[in-house]
Write a protein that binds this ligand. Sequence first.
Ligand SMILES: [Zn+2]
Length: 406
Amino acid sequence: MVKRVTQKVDSDVMIRINRRIILQLIRQKHLISRAELVKLTGLAAPTVSRIVDRLVNEENLVRYGRIGESNGGRPPVILEFNPKEQHVLGIDLGATLIRGVLADLDAEIEMEVQLQSDLEQGYQTVVNQVVSVAERLLSKRGLDAGKVIGLGIGVPGLLDKAKRTVAFSSAFNWYNVKLKEDLESRIGMPIFVENSTRLMALGEKTYGQGKDLRNFIVVNAGHGIAAGTVVEGQLTNGGQGFSGEFGHMTVDPTSPIICDCGRKGCLEALASGRHIALTAQQNSVAARSISDLCRVNIDRIEAKTVFEACRRGDPNAQAICLSAIEYLSIGVANLVHLLDPTHIFIGGGLSLNGDEFWNPLTTGIRNRLLIPNQDVKILPVEFKEYDTVVGSLALVLDSILGLEIG
Ligand SMILES: [Zn+2]
């Protein structure tokens, strides 16, 4: 009896593995015949036919394409991946903005919805906002949840993979919230939750500049600061899934500035967009000159306003930005020393501030390297502010369709 159960499990596992291999091949080759699938997989023809029939008729993931070239006998039927029949949702749950997209199964974005994050109102309000973004995407496209294979969501914070909770998010002030469970019960499709910066790295690895790279880092420099790392071809998670909390690396133990996490001297407390905006608002001389120069109220000064004032030659704004960028370059140089990446991709709101951001950052990093002309490229991320949502689409597609991302 026990033996029979084991055999049943083995056969289910084998069907899933074979389905994954066949689906990957059809997607990679674009057009492929059953005979080629049999040859490439080494599986028996009836096994291939059974799996293909299910992919075509039940799952709608594959369709029959044009008739192939015949070399004498009956021309082969060509199979192709069918990305347009079903959809996937991706959400970047940021501290300032919730960005949601609806895409096809090739991760081509068709619709977008944005909401200002209402994080002051607490966890339940943010959950309601995420549900609302998902519902608006579906209704804009006239789809029901059954046409969507899943929703990927990026959250800034520590995700406890074993407990399937967000263990801690300083940006949202969340402790041990069951975001996956709470969304699944409301949205009615599989939900995949991942750290937002790790998703940026996954987006670069799957669809962006990291496709053919084995060792690279994505730095997310925005409201907070974090890093996603790919080491020897693998996206790193860490022992509990907590890796990448680069922003809470201490870079100045003597600093009196308190970070969101409650500690002093964290990189995020000294170099984030939030820090730049607050410093400008709280320094009365800088606040007045930036406010006059950029014609905004002092309480409306954001990091991008401070950079705008830099561009216009304001020395107070320049001092604030250069100090923040110096700390960021210390942090990034430390990562280079630790991991020896070939590429560093920098995204997040700060990266959108042109030469005023990039020139001092690149110089600051290089000045701290053991070999200043070391062959490490420092570049913007591929999808700018869409990097996390592209990664969230990749997360769902990989989890459900088994696409190659390793
Ligand atoms: Zn901190």
